[in-house]
Design a protein around this ligand. Sequence first.
Ligand code: AMP
Ligand code: ZN
Length: 470
Amino acid sequence: MTLRLYNSLTRQLDEFHPIHPGEARVYSCGPTVYNYQHIGNMRAYIFADTLGRTLKLKGYDLSHVINITDVGHLTSDADAGEDKMEKAAAGSGQSIWEIAAHYTHAFKRDVARLNITPPKLWSVATDHIAEMIDFGKAIEGNCYQIDSGLYFDTATVPDYGALARTVADEGESRIDPVAGKRHPQDFAIWRTSPPGEQRQMEWDSPWGKGAPGWHLECSVMSLKHLGHPFDIHTGGIDHREIHHPNEIAQNQAHCACPNPGANIWMHNNFLVDRGGKMSKSTGGFLTLQTLVDAGVHPLAYRLMCLQAHYRSELEFTWDNLFAALTRLKRLVQGIEKIAHRFDAEPRGSLDVAEVREVEDAMSDDLNTPRALVLLENVVAGKGHAGDRYTAIRKIDRVLGLRLATLHRTDLRLRPADAAIDAETIEARLAERKDARAAKDFARSDAIRDELAAAGVEVMDGDPLGWDWKL
Ligand code: AMP
Ligand code: ZN
């Protein structure tokens, strides 16, 4: 089955035909490293990784670039407000560079914990300032200069904003006015430093000392590292409205042609909670570490994301997360059984139909919910254990749940605030099991009460029988 992907530009499922035969070149908008990434941000990278794994499954040689934004992203999506990096540094007593290094490190740690394949290149914005200035010079004919910097005139490209879904008025009203702009949706290519103000990050340019506008970096780095045009550009759905239309406008100006720069533009929907979209600026966001501290393995969060299609909103609740953890435990337990059995069985030779069906599901715009059900069919199904184990490993290559190496014990994390260590819990639970086997329920209840006093709730109702939680 040919790979079909939903293209936000054409608003339909498009067949994937690579520009360079046998290759897939993908660019994903990366984190702004002024704070920790919340789990909503991580959904965007789990999605990009799922796409990358699917492209590899389909036999393409993948070139994936993710950028690290360490300059230029303002506190408002338009050109008003402060640079997020400058603002974070101002209150912290650390330099911007220290802040960027700290949060980049934390981000990459979460990437590893979620088993997200690192891209071929992490492309850092401040490593590309000279190229951004060159790009700005090349598109000067589409720009005009005002006091606050060099602005892109969006009326100079065909079809500006074709990607965005907002009604024109609605889109424009979201953009804060900057004095002197010709059209509300015009955006900064270069932001000159206000006279008398010294920024931590500023560079000389033909338009004065200053810093690049945020949208510029992605055009410069994607075209530099992947060519113009390249195959697929990804990001969260918020980027469909402003950031990506602006990238497209810059790309069109740069090639003096209507080509948007990438053939397919894909967007993951939001992780939401009761308060709406999870976001950094509103505070109160959850990081992967928050989940780990609550005793949840990071891959349970990955599974929770895969349970929803990437284009659907996904609601975060602790119940959903614990349900995903239980599902992961069941998978791991089932696979451990198969692994034990096939050591004893001779090699089979049957093909497992689900492997092909998973490939079809993934080829259908990354249908991960369906792939998970197929995986569970293999785990629960009949047939030669060796074949099933091989099939599970193949399927997991695209899902990325590390099912071949995860063990039950890995999935039981000790919550950060537990007043008792994991070994003691284990020992008490074993004693309790013996007591129950001997029908000594008074002793069993006493152990349960003792654990409860230490904050550990024993879940007798858990069909897996090896669970405890705080
Ligand atoms: P940022 O660090 O704010 O530039 O965001 C990094 C990535 O996360 C971008 O692709 C965003 O579109 C995406 N993103 C931000 N918030 C969410 C959310 N609540 N759910 C899913 N993706 C998000
Ligand atoms: Zn971007």
